[in-house]
Design a binder for this molecule. Sequence first.
Ligand code: MOS
Length: 754
Amino acid sequence: MADEKDKLKVVGTRVIRTDAFDKVTGRTRYSADVNAVGQLFGSVLHSEYPHAEILEIDTSEVERLEGVRAVVTREDIPGAKYFGGVIPNQTVFAVDKVRYYGDGISAVAADTPELAEAAKLLIKVKYKPLPVLSDAREGLRADAPKVFPEGNLCKHHKVRKGNVEKGFAEADLIIEREYSTQRIEHSYLEPEAVVAELSEDGGIKIIGSIQNLFSARRAVASVLNLPLNKVRLIQAPLGGSFGGKDEAVTVLFCRAALLAIKCGRPIKLVNSREDSFRESYKRHPYFMRYKAGVKSDGTFTAMEIDITADAGAYASMSPFVTWRSVVQATGPYRVPNVKTDVRAVYTNNNYTGAMRGFGSPQVNFAVESFIDEIAEELGINPLELRLKNAFVDGDITATGQKLNHKVSLGEALKTIAERSDFVSKWETSRKSSSRDVRKGIGISCSYRGVSLGAEGTDAASVLVSIQSDGSVIVETGLVDMGQGAATAISIIVAEGLGIDIEKIHFLNADTSRVPDSGPTVASRTTIMAGNAAKNACEILNERIKRVVSGEKDLGFEEKVAICFREGISLYAVGHYKSPKTTWDEENGYGDAYFTFVYGANISEVEVDMRTGKAKVDKFYAIHDVGRVVSLSGAEGQVYGGVAMGMGYALLEDFHQTDGIPDFKNFDEYLLTTAADIPKMEVEFLQNPDKAGPYGAKSLGEPSTEIVAPAIANAVYNATGKRIRNLPLTLERVLIGRELVRPSKRGSEIARGEK
Ligand code: MOS
């Protein structure tokens, strides 16, 4: 593969994003920019309580209003009243009760958005408020309010390896710690938006800001009681998603479709930022107990981990998010005896689901803080303890999987430590800084399973269609949600066909025109769609070669022209199915993912001891991506991933009080901005993977999943204060706990408003 790199012409180079000009000139038409002839505007009435029975819904008054064209509730759903990819328990409109403050009760279609917004308030709903379950840790008690009649346990995953009792008995030191992480908002710039209209064939056509078209289509089809081929979903360009535009948009698709069917006119439904905050799912808060046994030389003998995740009101992706957590909870370390339990528990908080990292940022914060705490107890440098236990080629993971690829964790750690002069800074920074402003440095690392793993069927298709003039159209069911998939896949097609990337036009996904390729998640798009695209190019090259084999020195256009003259189809469907993975849910082991990526982060911080403000001064990131496909794109992923991880580490906390969000908008919810961004040094290791196109693996999620522990470890190095609860707010850094929640004001506003 080393030779292959020299032969690559487009892969690994810097190209201009295929969507760059449209975006910077404002030509891109996002979902909210789309209008249908004769459209009406929808607005959704939300619950007044986080948990209540619905006794009565009276829509008579609003129906009489001039300019109101339709009102829909649970009564108008022709098919399934519940949807959900894993456990279908989420409602489009509340059926018997509301389970969170963002639940929808009803929706109104009117001539103007303002009228729809005002009219919905005339709907009279009689509730019987129920006790609110707001803490996942209390959810499994016998006396806890029940979110579902069957109880509050959404999912329990386990990993079992060896015998932890024996492992602890062999240890010289046993150490136990508790960590927690907070709920956060995806904060995509573009709130959710859809336009639904009836199609001539008796079906429905919906365009929207959707990340996962095929799971959304399954939900819409079942709610509307239509076959899949009558439900056509078209992806508009996305203004960010980060895992967030799944169920949150699916529910809008269903609501808009129900309104469109009822009034026979196109419906535009656009969430305000307030609606988006209120309705959309968030990242799971985790409560984590870690216990480890170690020998005095730093060898691990056992790890026992117990985690409770707040699933909120609906299952959404919780069963899969917590599965990734259970697989990766021990970090990228050799541990002979492991017992891990992860429970996702329903509450009356906003439901939680997919968000960049997908169950890894939480456990990585815990385990990477924990490793530093263990190193401190043993008097070993945290880099040395990591290197001593880090996976190497052929090691066995916590789930009993043998690592059959190049394991570059040691290379990543050593390279980044050298680059940042980690060891000497770590040893001297606190001593050498001033009393008021302390400097520190912290390290973290991870391994991450690529793609879905044993969580689901893992296959993708890409259509490559060469036109008679030599230009090329590329289509797939996997989407560009801002992460640059269009560019990455175009690069692979350009490489595969031996043409310039400018010749390629990548289309947004349309469920009626492209095969189901599974969800655009799990940092799987480059590897899955990339392999499928490469396969399509190979099929086409083969066909071209058969026709023009005798003729030498022809350019691509000439070859294509000959094929067209000869009646040869230059339209191909490339397909890729991932290598096999396994999971034994009962006994907690298996070959969870077909390959893994490795990375390490280092953060330098400056902490103001008078205010508690931790400022990230410099950030180093290194990731083994197998093969860089788009160099600028890859760097961009890491810059964005670090910025996002910094918010998680230092600022963001979507706190809810008794189920009601403390925040309505970005004026109160703190987020990293351009002013906070430190100097970043980004580096890639390239150990091509046999499963990847040209060796490429994943980067989107790895880039954000270990930022927080690197910062927390740096804050400890600077101050001697170990903060085990995210985020590292000023108060936590200054006095070790929170005095005032920013919440207070927010929740009063939220409650006062109806
Ligand atoms: Mo992602 S969080 O797997 O959309």
